[in-house]
Design a binder for this molecule. Sequence first.
Ligand code: PEP
Length: 232
Amino acid sequence: MGIIVANWKMNGNPDFADNFIEEINAADSENTVVVCPPAPLLGRFRNFRYDVGAQNCFCEEKGAFTGENSPRLLREIGCKYVIVGHSERRSIFHETDDLIFKKHLAVVAENMIPIVCIGENAENRDNREKVISDQLSFFLNNPGSTDKTPCFAYEPVWGIGTGLIPSPEEIETIFAFIRNLLGDKVSLLYGGSVNAKNSSEILSRKNVDGLLIGGASLKADEFKKIIEEKSF
Ligand code: PEP
């Protein structure tokens, strides 16, 4: 079984969340299902039968950090997972590998599971192993930092929201490379243009333990089909 994570990004509203929750609560999934709505909607998920996560957090527990979300508070309101270092956080909000590593530590300190995003952009496609190694350098230089079995999501930036997906062989090569760097304890997710038609094939690939889904997670019927898949 896999870990299927929905990243709504900055989409949805209270009515949308209520309808989504009703539809997904009726789904019968053997997978670990995690929905990450915008933070103001987290409170709507009190009666959700699956897990809930945040799309981001800060690396400090509390204090004068206007506009940021505390990992402790996210845990206290029911989050089990936090997405950390999504490519949109890296490119639009200039998050560095150093900050992303600190956020990972802060999430782990609250006994939540970080979903750390890595992946190259289109210009670096031929240089992807170097990009991934650099993005993981803080993790690799701090042995033990991945002992609490976090998730890492490989998301090629050129594949996010574009319909482009690496070939099955390319996915296996990349995931073997990442597995070799991070070891067997971590879960490795694939993200980028996943939908109900390709989810099963991608999850069947060696070393792929789950999926991070953007656009397709905003269609409850499509997301339901993905999480109800039994052949993973
Ligand atoms: C994402 O942004 O994490 C993502 C995977 O988006 P999409 O599924 O829309 O490509």
